[in-house]
Design a protein around this ligand. Structure first.
Ligand code: ZN
Length: 304
């Protein structure tokens, strides 16, 4: 099994676009994937949507009430009285976008398909993500983090939308993820990642788009979100010693940020190839601490 382990690590190496060749069917597969995730709100379908909306625990949605159905965004705005309790309209929505997905590595034709990058070009639909040297994958880390942060935010009365419903699927593509905040009227979009940098690099950094894609006002709010999260995270993890400045970085190549019409950040919570960061990120206690600080930063941005 040793050789199999080596292959897996190589396939997951780097939080960068998957390097394998795209299959002939990749474009069709990507289009299908996009169609699944962009079903118009007025057209409910049996195809599961990646969008999961969690009502805030502190609203009138009693714990004993049926959960708001998770089949599509449409549910949030069209659910009939008596079927589910719609979260308070005044509660802010936060999109949490756990990077990558557990099925990506086994579906290269889908995740290698080109999609708009928001900078006039294209990039891969999605990537496999990185992993610790011991094999703890980034997609599992981001998924666990998203669930922890969701619980903390919902307890604070925030509605949370996840960009994927599980850690066993494929995609969605980065352009779909990036547009999700606008689709659901989010106050903030937070992409959660772990980096795969050289082992000497340690620490977290928060990324915004350098393109100001949605205009100066949204860019200013993205910057405010980045600062709030950066300030909160330093209580549990040092700022990056290998990228950005003071825990902040700006990039033009991230579709998930370029295509957002709402305040948006990515956070690389640490370097999964660094032994100290990996130990923190691979432990439940470490992720709990990271999640508490990330949620705290988001709530500070929201003024809650
Ligand atoms: Zn990543």
């Amino acid at each position: 099994m040793r050789s199999g382990t080596v292959v897996l690590v190589l396939a997951l190496a780097g939080c960068t676009p998957f390097a394998g060749p795209a299959a002939k069917t990749s474009a069709t597969a990507a289009r299908t994937s996009a169609a699944v995730t962009t079903v118009p709100a007025s057209t409910p379908t049996a195809v599961p949507s990646p969008v999961v909306i969690t009502p805030p625990a502190a609203t009138s949605a009693a714990a004993s009430s049926p959960a708001v159905p998770t089949s599509s965004v449409a549910v949030r705005t069209s659910v009939a009285p008596g079927i589910g309790r719609v979260p308070a309209a005044s509660a802010p929505v936060v999109v949490l976008d756990p990077g990558h997905n557990g099925g990506n590595a086994s579906h290269p034709s889908i995740i290698n398909a080109p999609v708009p990058d928001g900078d006039g070009g294209t990039k891969a639909c999605n990537t496999t993500g990185t992993a610790t040297n011991a094999g703890y994958p980034e997609h599992a880390f981001t998924w666990d983090m998203a669930l922890r942060v969701r619980a903390l935010l919902t307890a604070a009365g925030v509605r949370v939308v996840l960009s994927r419903p599980s850690d066993t699927g494929v995609g969605p593509c980065v352009d779909i993820r990036g547009r999700l905040g606008g689709r659901v009227g989010a106050a903030a979009f937070v992409g959660i990642h772990g980096d795969g940098a050289p082992a000497t690099g340690r620490g977290f950094h928060v990324i915004t788009s350098s393109l100001d894609p949605a205009g100066a006002a949204v860019a200013a709010r993205s910057s405010a979100l980045a600062h709030a999260v950066r300030d909160a995270m330093t209580a549990v993890e040092p700022v990056s010693n290998y990228l950005g400045a003071q825990g902040l970085d700006a990039r033009h190549d991230l579709a998930g940020l370029n295509l957002s019409t709402v305040p948006a950040i990515y956070i690389e919570c640490g370097n999964m190839r660094n032994a100290t960061d990996a130990a923190l990120m691979a432990s439940g206690a470490g992720r709990a601490a990271l999640a508490r600080r990330l949620a705290s930063g988001i709530l500070a941005f929201l003024g809650r």
